[in-house]
Write a protein that binds this ligand. Structure first.
Ligand code: 13P
Ligand code: SF4
Length: 311
């Protein structure tokens, strides 16, 4: 797409959003031209908070389906649109509500902490929801003697055990993008760029994380945590172990610093299903409306409210 076409479509999207009183929210993994037209760009936690706080009539969610569902639960009186209904998440798909009910039945009395990357039905079966931005604080808010079922990301679960010193019962799910960032990718970069800080998302594979624990140049952070860290740091060079869409935001928020993806293959095909054209069409044709069954939403709401409140 030429830059003229991009700026024309961005103007169209902005005008439609104004006309229809819609706020455009975009995740840090969105393509640059979508990030640049959004009213707010952030991580799962920040986006949930924005969705809960907005005065706009409608929310256009440029992210994946569970994020739009979470917005619909938090703002039941608003219309929530997603530009492509097929924008799913391999991690959210790794556990169903039936599987969770079976798991809970085997662990009576356990508290269920679900990562935000889950369907509304799974959240409805959960006591707490968390994101990578507040998972540690959520676990620490639960009484130490309490058994915790943590789902669905095993790498985030293992990291939480390390940083909280708690034993968790962990579901063996993974995100194909982060699990695909291999230890060799990190090792190669650490050898090539000894002056760089390494920013790692906690969904990344165990091996790269384990190496990371013993190294003070390595920081395990949510996507928004990476932005804040890079802005505040006096360092100039950063290696980024997460989905590559975040590099655009890092370059924008911390200009003059150098950001490199640890793996250029770390691309989430679901996040990339949202294009500027589909965003414009979504505002023009008022599609695709994301709704959550009222009974499921009511049960999921408690877990999500606890997530939004804890930071
Ligand atoms: P963040 O909450 O850190 O933005 O992560 C969301 C996600 O989908 C990671 O893959
Ligand atoms: Fe889901 Fe992984 Fe894509 Fe994040 S990067 S939306 S966890 S598939």
């Amino acid at each position: 797409m030429s830059t003229t076409t991009i700026s024309r479509m961005q103007d169209e999207a902005k005008a439609l959003a104004r006309e229809r009183d819609a706020v455009i929210l975009a995740h840090n993994y969105q393509v640059p031209e979508v990030q640049d037209v959004a009213d707010y760009v952030g991580d799962s936690l920040g986006l949930s908070r924005e969705a809960a706080a907005t005065d706009a009539e409608a929310i256009v969610f440029c992210g994946v389906h569970f994020m739009a569902e979470t917005a619909a639960i938090l703002s039941p009186d608003k219309t929530v649109l997603i530009p492509d209904l097929d924008a799913g998440c391999s991690l959210a798909a790794s556990i169903t509500a039936d599987q969770l009910r079976e798991w809970k039945a085997k662990h009576p009395g356990a508290v269920v902490v679900s990562y935000v990357n889950t369907t509304a039905e799974v959240k409805a079966e959960s006591d707490y929801c968390c994101t990578s931005g507040n998972a540690k604080a959520v676990i620490e808010a639960i009484a130490p003697e309490q058994e915790i079922l943590f789902l669905p990301d095993m790498f985030l679960g293992i990291w939480l055990e390390r940083v909280t010193g708690r034993k968790l019962t962990i579901w063996l799910g993974e995100c194909h993008v982060h699990a695909g960032i291999r230890p060799e990718d990190v090792e190669r970069w650490q050898a090539d760029a000894p002056d760089a800080e390494l920013l790692v998302h906690p969904e990344c594979g165990c091996a790269s994380q384990c190496m990371a624990f013993g190294n003070e140049r390595t920081h395990i952070l949510s996507t928004e945590g990476m932005i804040n860290f890079a802005k505040a740091s006096s360092k100039q060079r950063f290696l980024v172990a997460t989905e590559t869409g975040i590099i655009h935001r890092l370059n924008k928020e911390a200009p003059g610093k150098r950001f490199e993806a640890v793996s250029e293959r770390a691309i989430c095909k679901y996040m990339k299903m949202i294009t500027l054209e589909k965003l414009r069409d979504s505002l023009r044709d008022w599609k695709h409306v994301v709704t959550v069954d009222a009974e499921v939403a009511a049960r999921a709401r408690g877990a999500i409210d606890r997530m939004v409140a804890i930071s």
